[in-house]
Design a protein around this ligand. Structure first.
Ligand code: ADP
Ligand code: ADP
Length: 230
């Protein structure tokens, strides 16, 4: 099955705000997809649907073949923990804790013993080219490095899908490029990634670009494009 499948998804917020109006989107394993569009177009709402952080008003959301409507809130959190990694614009790292422990903490839900969590965390930090910063605390790292720690935390459990909401939004262009390079390396190694961005340069680095406007997908372009399954 697709990693992500949205079928005729709508989302209406309180106050009759129609954030999504009939969205169809299918993402296959191994894609690197940018979701682009102006502020208020519905990008974050779409990411919330894909990330099962919120439920659609109507339509179907399937993650790795699981229909979100069939799952309880408890089952949804288990699905998130095992299938999804999240990176946000703000880094959400614990201050005063080393990079290694910040990443290892993200694996608490797995029940893996501390020593093995730390080994996995070190391997994840290697994957984002921070093997030389294991003992540094967030306040001793640059913005780009902090965001790479956040990426390591998101991928340490090897989720099939990584979701990033404006991951370069707080960074200057050099640091943003650094973070994007890490995402491209992870993609090359097989991780499926969806990135929200309003930065067209960042989007241009992604093999597939989905353009959103007024709650609708208005274009879906690039080599990684997959037609929705029938
Ligand atoms: P609900 O009505 O679904 O309970 P809330 O209004 O309590 O939602 O907001 C939930 C979250 O969405 C909060 O974090 C809030 O800051 C954010 N939010 C609320 N209104 C908007 C808006 N118009 N645009 C973007 N985010 C919003
Ligand atoms: P984008 O990420 O492209 O900026 P959003 O998905 O955040 O767009 O918002 C789409 C629309 O939904 C906007 O009109 C926004 O104000 C509104 N919106 C987002 N979240 C909420 C919320 N929790 N409650 C009410 N309106 C919201």
């Amino acid at each position: 099955p697709y990693v992500v499948e949205l079928r005729d998804v709508t989302k209406v917020y309180a106050g009759n705000v129609q954030a999504l109006r009939g969205v169809d989107l299918a993402v296959g394993g191994g894609e690197l997809l940018a979701i682009v569009g102006p502020s208020g177009s519905g990008k974050s709402t779409m990411l919330h649907m894909i990330g099962t952080l919120d439920r659609p008003t109507s339509g179907t959301v399937r993650i790795a073949g699981h229909d979100v409507a069939d799952l309880s809130d408890r089952e949804l959190s288990a699905l998130r923990a095992h299938h999804l990694g999240f990176v946000f614009q703000r880094f959400h790292l614990a201050p005063g804790m080393t990079a290694l422990d910040n990443v290892a903490d993200g694996l608490l839900y797995t029940g893996i013993p501390l020593r093995a969590r730390r080994e996995r965390a070190a391997a994840a930090l290697e994957r984002v080219h921070l093997g030389h910063r294991l003992g540094h605390r967030p306040e001793q790292l640059s913005g780009g490095e902090q965001q790479r720690v956040a990426v390591a935390r998101a991928v340490a459990g090897d989720p099939p899908l990584l979701l990033a909401d404006e991951p370069t939004g707080n960074l200057d262009s050099a640091a943003g490029a650094e973070v994007l390079r890490v995402l491209r390396d992870l993609h090359a190694a097989g991780t499926t990634i969806a990135v929200i961005t309003h930065d067209m340069e960042i989007a241009g680095w992604c093999p597939r670009q989905v353009r959103v406007r007024d709650g609708r997908i208005v274009a879906d372009e690039g080599s990684g494009r997959r037609a929705p399954a029938e």
